[in-house]
Design a protein around this ligand. Sequence first.
Ligand code: NAP
Length: 258
Amino acid sequence: MFTSIAGRSVVVTGATRGIGKGIARVFAGAGARVLIVGRDADAAKATVDELSATGAEASHVLADVSRREDCQRIAATATERLGGIDVLCANAGIFPAAPLAEMTDKDIDEVLGTNLRGTILSVQACLGPLAASGRGRVILTSSITGPITGYPGWAHYGASKAGQLGFLRTAAIELAASGITINAVLPGNIITEGLADLGEDYMAGMAASIPLRRLGSVEDIGYAALFLATEEAGYITGQTIVVDGGQVLPESLAALDG
Ligand code: NAP
């Protein structure tokens, strides 16, 4: 139904596990050539092995997206290995909790450094190859937390995720001249290794507050990202897609009864 994206070169940051790995799996399944980005060498290799075993073309580069020189190395590696970049999925992110009253400078700097600065740096570094593609696509992984909702302990995280959308709207205007679109997927609660660390009680409580009564899968996010990368989505830029099973909709718990 959609034009094939087979052969496109796709960079996914934060793809050593979780949502990024799911995004990479979905793009690889659609025939794209993927570059996995993360800091954990063993996890990166395991992801590449898993994708390669399905016949996909996948490789990895170790990089910390909060560092400009690392982001430049990501773009250089993609250019050298894949011949360019058609799609950048800027997904890397962290979500350590810290109550506002106890939040340290280090807490703030780490979360904003990875989630917001890392998004900006990775997009900046890939601009040349994305423009050269002639159909460059950037897909950010934001969140419902910050842009739409709040959750205790995540004031800095929410600020970083809302900040990504502020960045997105101006970037969309600037990048349009190069034929690059930039959009964001806003996941609700998605089952990942990172989320599992928050515990069974957190996961069960969240599922009960979601109209579709389940947490999302990493593929749910991957398919939204894939759609935004299609030819057919080429007139969409500066926009957001919430993928949350309806989680942001109920006005109160009573709205979920019956
Ligand atoms: P996760 O399972 O903890 O995975 C995070 C990924 O980001 C890992 O691959 C990690 O790789 C990478 N990463 C972290 N810091 C990095 C850095 N400085 N440089 C490069 N890579 C880095 O988390 P996730 O749940 O998949 O989250 C992925 C994205 O989705 C984040 O942006 C998060 O805010 C967003 N999100 C998640 C949920 C959810 O329910 N899970 C909901 C809304 C939004 P290394 O450890 O190898 O560096």
